[in-house]
Design a protein around this ligand. Sequence first.
Ligand code: FAD
Length: 422
Amino acid sequence: PAPRVVIVGGGVGGATTAKYLKLYAPHVNVTIIEPKREYQRPYGSSEVITGQIELEDIVISYDDLKTRHGVEFVHDTVEAIDFEAKQVRTAGGQRLGYDRLVVSPGVSFDFEAIDGLNAELAETRLPHAWDAGDQLLVLKEQLESLPENPTVVIGPPPNPYRCPPGPYERAGLIAQWLLDRGDTQARVVILDPKNGFTTDYTMLHAWNDLYDFNIPEPARSKYSDEEWAQLTVHDNPGPIEWVMGDMGGRILSVDAETMTVEAEAGSFQADLINIIPPLKAGRIAIDQDLADDSGWCPVDQRTFESTRHADVHVIGDACIAGAMPKSGYAANSQAKVLAIQLKALLAGNDPVEPVFQNTCYALAGNTEVGMFVADVFRLDGDTIARVDEQRYLPFDATETEYRLAALYQHNWMKAFTEDCFS
Ligand code: FAD
């Protein structure tokens, strides 16, 4: 009989694995179990909040996977995995047997880490909007109803988390939105547990130019003395303030009633609060013992087979993949490697030596100003390591280069979606 591969989650990782496995090994029976009838992409979703795109623009159909590639779909939620019987059970009561199981359930949110935050508040007054869906619209509406010259607090999560430049891009987009509305005295305060982020070198510099942003002194070490001397110190700084970890940026608690955020640095009164809680692997991976104490899933980084349960592969945001970030690009790259490995393993062959790539694009806020880091990864022993230098835009990048990077970002978004889902 044809080998059976069951995939939990029809997001970036699951969809790409299904498509490429069908391309490489058409005889394999591939079934995705996914509750949603249509996918909403989290990547690029902050632009829904600031109105560059609509919610419907991030909706992706599964039709091509079904009709063009012959991927079977069960629209249901996986509730349990029986590792002995090699079966998954869904909330709707179905049981599906597998030869190999792929789990790509994305992330879940650790609300308990921040006092005053919970899942219900995230749907209403304190949306994180970090997993697409209606929270984006809640946040959009909150933004649009803000009083003149408001204070917005953005709380990026601690490492590791999905989309490393994402919270800062969102801060920039919101600052730009407020400036466009004519709010010259607005504040966008980033309360950060960390002292750095992917693309910080370029992003902070771009903000220094675009938004009269003052780069905090503790970030000085990111620049050479010569570069630091070229940055501007603004007497009347613009909207964005970055309270780094070393400056007390870590958030301790939030009060939705009084709209107050307590951080190590003190108390912040806000008109809009967008805290992204610490992240963990998707619920199903934690409940089914695929995650370790870190909250993420350890895998053999050559095949993504779980080190806790045989014949189960975890990819995407949920897995621990060495130096690879938690991004859609990375999930897609892992999925393509996994499809090759599954074909080999199902035929009783040895897995191949993998190579991975990732590019993280980000916008400064002004959507015509972009930046990126691009990396290649290989195994170093048992761990995925970066083998190519990160390539940020250089310090002296021209306006055209920044514009080009923004163009790359928007075109990548389209081509990437097609690569995963069409
Ligand atoms: P997901 O794509 O989240 O898919 C998980 C799927 O699993 C979901 O469809 C879910 O419904 C399903 N699922 C969960 N549990 C179950 C269950 N029990 N049973 C069945 N199905 C289940 N990445 C980039 O590369 N570039 C970017 O520019 C970028 N920008 C971003 C901007 C923002 C604001 C955000 C939030 C993210 C961004 N990302 C970006 C990150 C990217 O979206 C994720 O890294 C990527 O979606 C991860 O893929 P995944 O397959 O791990 O999870």
